[in-house]
Design a protein around this ligand. Structure first.
Ligand code: ZN
Length: 202
């Protein structure tokens, strides 16, 4: 578990924290936990997320155990700078869907004394680094990798295996579309998929 080394980091300078992992790894729960603790410390907090994520309601960050914290959907990462100007703690959920501008935005916010907490998928369905995550993990002071449980063998899982054959990068929705797998089960699943006879042209 991540222990905040200093809740009132705004008095001492900002920082960037990244909470990342596969689907069902508890990223949003961990973001909410940190935000709630900042609220208890009477800090001005804000949560932002990309407009693309409409799985649940428009304005809430809803974790899978349904603890609700309000979030503001934004069109682009740069919008956060103006919206977060009074925040001491800035949460950013589903950050993998933002473009690389998010890296500069997080640096700007942290350089201006804010504690920035980013929750995001680290890899896409193909096991490739997702969007701005590699850069965000580089510039962050703290990176926390959280894990799901492999649906095949019960080990720790760090891959989000897509159950369908669709190749689109962004498919929202969860349980019916993705399953968390460990490295060896993910590799096997991808191999098996490649061996399947193709009914349509490749
Ligand atoms: Zn496994």
């Amino acid at each position: 578990m991540f222990l905040e080394n200093n809740l009132s980091s705004s008095k001492l300078g900002g920082c960037i924290e990244v909470v990342t992992g596969s689907m069902f790894s508890g990223k949003t729960e961990e973001l909410i936990r940190r935000i709630r603790r900042a609220e208890i410390a009477k800090q001005n907090v804000g949560i932002y997320k990309p407009k693309i994520d409409k799985r649940y309601s428009e304005n809430d960050v809803v974790s899978h155990d349904s603890k609700i914290v309000s979030a503001i959907p934004v069109q682009s990462a740069k919008d956060i700078i103006e919206l977060a100007k009074d925040n001491e703690v800035v949460g950013i959920d589903e950050a993998q869907f933002f473009d690389d501008d998010l890296v500069d935005v997080c640096n700007y916010l942290a350089n201006n004394g804010k504690r920035v907490i980013v929750a995001a998928l680290d890899m896409d369905f193909a096991g490739k680094p997702f969007g701005p995550l590699p850069q965000l993990m580089s510039i962050a002071e703290y990176v926390t990798k959280v894990h799901a449980i492999c649906m095949q063998c019960g080990n720790l899982a760090n891959y989000s295996h897509r159950l369908s054959d669709a190749q689109k990068l962004v498919i929202l929705g969860e349980k019916d579309v993705y399953e968390p797998l460990c490295r060896s089960c993910f590799t096997k699943a991808i191999d098996d998929k490649n061996k399947e006879p193709k009914l349509f042209n490749q």
